[in-house]
Design a protein around this ligand. Structure first.
Ligand SMILES: NC(=O)c1ccc[n+]([C@@H]2O[C@H](COP(=O)([O-])OP(=O)(O)OC[C@H]3O[C@@H](n4cnc5c(N)ncnc54)[C@H](OP(=O)(O)O)[C@@H]3O)[C@@H](O)[C@H]2O)c1
Length: 267
């Protein structure tokens, strides 16, 4: 598996999961457009690691809640790379802009969530397809647990937005199938070195301990490298027959049964 000669754009690759994906693609030979919103220094850190791998790349700023910015992202990629082979939609706004319970969230916060995911992914899918040769790869990073459950109440805006992205994955997959372009979503569980680390330490420990205690059968949280590797598989030439799917990369967490305590499930 090699991405030599391929051009990739990964949104939100200044930090977290996006950085993990960008670094794995670069390690395998891809040139990478490293996207950021406000944290230029972090984007430059990712770019330095991309270049250290012997790959090419550049950094690019955009607010994915703004349709014009999303279009500008692709115009810049076109000017720098000419063509695009891999597009990964990973960016997600900061929690204070959308993370409010169902009965409190404002329409502005709702729009921030939905525009950053559903609207941005529709525009990006259309734009990316214009730049892609046949056999391109489009991948959205979702959180499918939040799309199908209702218990993490302040996730309501993002849960609905990710559900829309997962639906859009299927529609784009059919639209682009005749060209051999695949469109999939990857759904990580809780990941270290990501938004998790911005939570209060006691909350982080609660989450880590819950997964170590059995909610993730593999007994640990995921890493950005875990998701980078899974994303690279889905972006590879060999994954050309997989399209329109939401793939869980979660150490088995999605296999657990919420109605039965983990102690009993493991027997
Ligand atoms: N972390 C997890 O455990 C987890 C689990 C499942 C799914 N996910 C999904 O994985 C993706 C990445 O999550 P993460 O936790 O790794 O993210 P993160 O560490 O919080 O980083 C967020 C990224 O998005 C960028 N960003 C923030 N606001 C933006 C805006 N308005 N426009 C454009 N870009 C913006 C940031 O850029 P700056 O650095 O410039 O601010 C940064 O690159 C998200 O889609 C998330 O829903 C995460």
């Amino acid at each position: 598996m090699s991405f030599n000669g391929k051009n990739a754009l990964v949104t939100g690759s200044s930090r977290g999961i996006g950085r993990g994906i960008a670094l794995k693609l670069a390690e395998m030979g891809a040139s990478v457009a490293v996207h950021y919103y406000q944290n230029k220094a972090a984007a430059n850190e990712t770019l330095a690691k991309v270049l250290a791998n012997g790959s090419d790349g550049f950094i690019i700023q955009a607010d994915v809640t703004q349709p014009d910015d999303v279009c500008h992202l692709f115009r810049t990629v076109e000017a720098e790379f000419g063509t695009l082979d891999i597009f990964v939609s990973n960016a997600r706004p900061e929690l204070p802009t959308f993370f409010y319970p169902t009965m409190e969230i404002t329409l502005e916060q709702w729009d921030t969530a939905v525009d950053s995911q559903a609207k941005a992914f529709l525009i990006a899918g259309q734009e990316a397809s214009h730049l892609m040769s046949d056999d391109g790869r489009i991948l959205a990073v979702t959180y499918a647990t939040g799309s199908v459950t209702g218990s993490l109440q302040p996730w309501v805006g993002m849960g609905a937005a990710k559900a829309a992205v997962e639906s859009l994955v299927r529609y784009l997959a059919v639209a682009l199938a005749p060209r051999g372009i695949t469109v999939n979503a990857i759904s990580p569980s809780w990941i270290e070195d990501s938004v998790l680390n911005s939570l209060p330490p006691e909350l982080q420990d609660l989450i880590r301990n819950w997964h170590r205690a059995g909610w993730t059968p593999m007994g640990r949280l995921g890493t950005t490298a875990d998701i980078g590797k899974a994303a690279a598989l889905l972006c590879s030439e060999d994954a050309g027959w997989i399209t329109g799917q939401v793939i869980y990369a979660d150490g088995g967490a999605s296999l657990m049964n919420a109605e039965v305590p983990p102690e009993i499930q493991f027997g």
